[in-house]
Ligand binder design. Structure first.
Ligand code: GLV
Ligand code: MN
Ligand code: MN
Length: 430
């Protein structure tokens, strides 16, 4: 046993001040003022007024902490706490500040605020690791505006270039590229956004648990083993619009009924695909029926499909089965089916060494934890394409998120930040 080493470790562990739940609450509540739907949860869609204001707010917080601020052509924000050897590959931490419609104030924002608080702890304790620690706000993790999630981290991973950004349109037909340009982002450098493997030493994201597993296990932290990945599609079903009273049941080509049968098939096939240790989900979260009148048989329906799995192979098998059955239903019901795939992402394992550092930090601070998997996707899923990643979950009441009911105690985020800060420091000082 190396006593000198043990002593040194004890000193560095003791030198960490405790994260402030009050400071975390202050930042989260401040962020929550930037909201398009204050009467019903939190809505902050990419590059709407509240989202732009929230970006400015985060930059002000970064400035106050003395971080060096940089933004890239995809709108990602980087706040750097410089290490003593800034030429070394930095360690990243962070998450997103956009939300789905009528969401809560924690999904994404907790990870950004925890990153800022972790850096404040370094500053307060006079701790400067060898490597820089960068707090990152990734552009639009939620697919709310453009139908595709993780836009910023996808660009960093080289999976969304200028050509794709020009193709990607919101419901009003504006492309991501043009929106970025109109806001003054240097889009001519869009293809310089990707990060080369080796340029980032590690990236650790704190996030709320979205399954309720932590609460059920009565543990404060979840050290994530794997992040499940989605395949996302849009389908358009075209039948024949006609009169609700005048068209007998036998003569209908009802686009909605065909869609409904497809929805149930997706649910059944997903449930049937589950072995004992599998995790797979299928969700149809958006349905549009045209023309949408009580006495008209819908001639058209379009809907989204989101299939997720912890295994890429299993997801592929399942989506192929679902698509084949959709085709059969379309044939049987004499409707046509068009599909468009938005993304087919790869599940991302969290690096063993980062998991170990998170576990060590949890044990050092006496904070309880479990190992878990993430059913939700996160920017870390894309960041993992070019850097080793780790994720740390904090409990969410009843596991509810993407809802105004979403709630996480500030003290739990502070506990997570204590562990995050130690793990970041250990990684950055290597
Ligand atoms: C991200 O919020 C997801 O849908 O998992
Ligand atoms: Mn989310
Ligand atoms: Mn999120």
């Amino acid at each position: 046993m190396n006593l000198a080493l043990e002593q040194e470790e004890a000193v560095s562990a003791d030198s960490f001040p405790k994260a402030s739940a009050a400071n975390i609450e202050r930042m989260l509540r401040n962020l929550n003022h930037f909201n398009s739907t204050p009467e019903f949860g939190t809505t902050r869609v990419l590059f709407t007024e509240p989202e732009v204001a929230a970006r400015e707010y985060i930059k002000r917080e970064m400035k106050q902490l003395g971080l060096k601020i940089r933004e890239d052509a995809a709108g990602n924000i980087f706040g750097t706490y410089e290490g003593t050897e800034p030429v070394l590959a930095p360690v990243w931490t962070g998450s997103h500040i956009d939300t789905v419609l009528n969401a809560g104030m924690f999904d994404g924002m907790s990870g950004v605020v925890a990153g800022l608080e972790a850096v404040r702890l370094f500053e307060e304790a006079g701790l400067r690791p060898r490597r820089s620690v960068v707090v990152v706000v990734y552009t639009s993790e939620e697919p709310t505006r453009f139908g595709l999630g993780c836009l910023g981290s996808r660009a960093l991973a080289g999976k969304l270039g200028a050509a794709e950004a020009k193709e990607l349109k919101d419901k009003d037909g504006n492309s991501l590229y043009d929106v970025l340009k109109s806001l003054g982002f240097p889009v001519e450098h869009f293809d310089e956004v990707p990060v080369r493997r080796g340029d980032v030493k590690a990236a650790v994201e704190l996030h709320i648990d979205q399954t309720g597993e932590l609460e059920r296990a009565d543990k404060t932290l979840g050290v994530v083993k794997t992040i499940c990945a989605p395949s996302v599609y849009d389908f358009k079903v075209t039948g024949r619009q006609s009169h609700a009273g005048g068209t007998s049941m036998a003569r209908r080509r009802d686009a909605f009924m065909a869609s409904a049968e497809m929805a149930l098939a997706a649910e059944r096939l997903t449930k049937e695909s589950l072995g004992k240790d599998d995790y797979a989900t299928a969700t149809i979260g958006r349905v549009n029926v045209i023309p949408g009148a009580v006495n008209v048989i819908p001639g058209e329906a379009d809907f989204s499909l989101d299939v997720r799995d912890a295994s890429f192979e299993h997801k592929k098998e399942l989506t192929q089965k679902i698509l084949a059955e959709f085709e059969e239903i379309a044939k049987k019901r004499e409707v046509t089916l068009d599909s468009k795939m938005y993304n087919d992402d790869h599940p991302m394992p969290c690096q063993d060494d980062i998991q170990k550092k998170l576990v060590e930090a949890a044990e050092e601070t006496g904070i309880s934890y479990i190992k878990t998997i993430s059913g939700a996707f996160h920017d870390s899923m894309l960041v993992g394409e070019f850097a080793p990643v780790g994720m740390l979950f904090v409990p969410s009441r009843d596991g509810i998120s993407h809802s105004p009911q979403e709630w996480t105690d500030f003290a739990d985020i502070a506990a997570g930040t204590d562990v995050l800060a130690r793990a970041l420091f250990a990684l950055a000082d290597e």
